[in-house]
Design a protein around this ligand. Structure first.
Ligand code: MG
Length: 381
């Protein structure tokens, strides 16, 4: 594949649809560089440091948290974007913002809030929550609420992992329903997968949840790389071999993503961003072999890590604590600090409570829970 082979499909910053509240251009930063900078300077971004990715920090200081995961996604996504000739600043802004809507306690937190909101006929989705954060919750500018990000970054946030048809989600009608997002936005979801599949393997191995030989037996590409690495470093410790295999695996998946996308886009014959948008499917994809590796990795992690007793147990407890706090605030909204307690007089209480809890870091959640219920959570941290 030629470097920059898809530069004709790059989203040109000059074609940006602009911001909700027009602002004069910056003398030397593009609109997407400004968006990236606004995301990095937001409170929601800093909070990622104290939000669990998969493994709660209690067992080790080396696990990914949602901030270090985000940096890994940005690094992979930028590499892919640059190799294909796509718009790197837009890609970086989207990667850095892709998880800012995550509630405390990773997927357990998201599933718990979603279940609680269903009682009221509503849902919780971290991508839609991220849109609410950048549209209104962040308050740091004199002339508008939110971060006033460009259309393309907000569109990328709501289409992170799915597209939607006209009328399917009326609140998102302004974000071009029925159309795919540009390639820069499409690739974030895949870069996210590469980052978390390989990182979860690493963290689970470090935590002693899985054995080297188990991975060898289940993931073909891991076995092939292990054979190669053992030949190269016959006296290397298992840990060194593991890490040499892991870096090859990340490279294999990122290369597979670059090649698969290039092939799909050239085969589809799309010649500009507008045609990428109108193409019936997403064009960012893994090559066949990388796709198989990705699927095997996913299956392995589901079978041996995500449903392992320690993770299931901690998920169950987080979900239970979230439900307890949610119910307490719904019945006594005055226990929430301003402006939430005031907002609860004007808006549906469950919505305000959900937004408040979703914004919490794990540590802030524990502190709040301990104060309100008088129970220690020390054994959970
Ligand atoms: Mg992520």
């Amino acid at each position: 594949m030629q470097l920059g082979a898809l530069r004709h499909l790059r989203f040109d910053p000059a074609a940006c649809r602009g911001r909700r509240y027009p602002e004069p251009p910056h003398p030397y930063r593009t609109e997407f560089q400004r968006d990236r900078d606004r995301i990095i300077h937001s409170r929601a971004f800093r909070r990622l440091e104290n939000k669990t990715q998969v493994f709660a920090p209690g067992l080790s200081d080396h696990f990914r948290n949602r901030l270090t995961h985000t940096i890994e996604v940005a690094q992979i996504a930028r590499t892919v974007a640059r190799a294909l000739g796509l718009e790197e600043d837009l890609t970086e802004a989207l990667a850095l913002g892709h998880d800012i809507g995550h509630p405390p306690f990773a997927h357990a937190g998201e599933a718990a809030l979603d279940e609680l909101m269903r009682r009221y006929g509503e849902r919780f989705d971290h991508n839609l929550h991220a849109l609410r954060i950048v549209e209104s919750f962040e308050q740091r500018y004199g002339s508008f609420r939110g971060l006033n990000l460009t259309f393309e970054v907000r569109e990328g946030i709501v289409k992170h992992s799915r597209d939607f048809e006209p009328g399917e989600l009326p609140e998102l009608d302004e974000f071009l329903p029925g159309l795919r997002p540009p390639l820069e936005a499409q690739l974030i979801d895949r870069a996210d997968e590469i980052a978390y599949n390989t990182a979860d393997l690493d963290d689970a191995y470090s935590a002693g949840l899985i054995e080297f030989e188990q991975i060898v037996a289940s993931v073909d590409r891991f076995r092939k790389f292990a054979e190669e690495v053992e030949r190269l470093y016959p006296s290397g410790s298992e840990r060194i071999v593991f890490h040499e295999v892991l870096r090859r695996l990340i490279d294999w998946l990122a290369t597979g993503l670059i090649e698969g996308t290039c092939e799909a886009a050239l085969q589809a014959g799309v010649s500009c961003v507008e045609e990428v948008r109108r193409y019936p499917e997403r064009l960012v994809r893994f090559s066949g072999q990388a796709d198989e590796t990705n699927a095997q990795l996913k299956a392995f992690l589901h079978a041996h890590v995500y449903h392992s007793p320690p993770l299931l147990e901690s998920r169950k407890r987080s979900a239970q604590m979230i439900a307890e706090l949610f119910d307490l605030y719904v019945t006594q909204p005055e226990l929430m600090p301003p402006p939430y307690c005031e907002e609860a007089k004007e808006q549906p209480v469950h919505r305000v409570v959900c937004d408040y809890i979703a914004g919490m870091t794990d540590t802030y959640f524990y502190r709040t829970y301990e104060r309100l219920f008088g129970r220690s959570t020390l054994d959970l941290k």
